[in-house]
Design a protein around this ligand. Sequence first.
Ligand SMILES: [Zn+2]
Ligand SMILES: [Zn+2]
Length: 316
Amino acid sequence: MIKVCFWGTRGSLPVSITADTVRAKLHRALKTARNFDVSTDETIETFINEQLSFSDWGSYGGNTSCVEIRDNSEYVLCDAGSGLRDFGNFIMKSGRGKNSCVYNIFISHLHWDHIQGFPFFTPAFIPGNKINIYGFHTELRETFIRQQEYPNFPVPLKIMRAAIDFHVLELEKEYEIAGYKVTGMKQTHPGDSYGYSFVKDGKKIVYSTDSEHKDSALELIKFFDGADLLIFDAQYSLLDAIDTKENWGHSSNILGVELSVNANVKRLCLFHHEPAYSDETIEQIYNDTVEYSEIASPEHPVKVDMAYDGLEIDIV
Ligand SMILES: [Zn+2]
Ligand SMILES: [Zn+2]
C-alpha cells in the first residue's frame, strides 16, 4: 500500500511555535476541560479527541516543503525543504540510514524553501547511499552546490559521502522511477515551478505546489485528472489570493476545490501554508474549504485534508 507522509508543510520559510502559543493552547484546553472528566489517561485521550479541535492540541507547523511517498520500494520524496531533515533523522533512528538505500528526491523548483533541508539530510553523508535529485530547472546541480558553498554553509556538497546524482527532466517525457510513472507539468510561479504526477498500481498522486493557477486551464485538469490524492498549494485564503497577494505565485483553497471537482480528484490536501497565518486561521480556512466542497459538489464532495507536519494519508 502507498502512504503519503508529510514532513514539511509550511510555505516560504520554517515557522517555529513560541512559548506564548503553547501556553495559549494549554490555557484553552484546561478551560474546556473544566466540565469534563479528565481523571484517567483514557478519559484525557477521549477529551482531546472529542472536545478539542486540532488547533487546540496540535500545530500546522513547522518545516518547509517535504513530502514522502512511501511503499516498499526505493524512497520517493517531493522537495527538500527543512522537513527533509526530520525525514533523515527518522530514517537514521529506524536503523535504515546505513543500509545502502536509494533516495529519489523530486524538486518542484529551486526557491530556498524547497532545497534548504538538504545540507542537514544525514543519509547524504553516509557512503553506500544513493541519492537521485530530479528537477526541470537546468540550474539544478549548480544551485545545490552553491547552497553549501562558502560563506553560506560550512560543509560543501562534495564532502557528502553518498553518491549524489542530479537529473534534469524533460516535460514531454514519461519516466519510470522507483516503479512510478512520473510526469511533470510547468506551473506559473516566479522563475517557474513544476508539478509532478506519480502513478503506480492504478493509484495516482499529484504534487502541485508553488503555483498560481489563475483559471481552470484544461491542461491542468488533465494533469490532475482522477488523482487519488492532490497535494495543492493553497498558501492563501481566497480573499488574500485575489486581493493583496495576486501574482505572488500561489493559489487558494477555493480554487483547489474547483479544480478538484472538475478533475474528479478523490482527495485534496491543502499545502504550503502561509507563514504569517496562525493555527486558528489555517483551521478556519480548512473548515471553510470543507464547507465549500460540500456546496461545490453535494453528491460527491471532495475529501479535504489540511496538511501538517506528521500527517499520513493512506492511498486506498
Ligand atoms: Zn515555496
Ligand atoms: Zn517558490
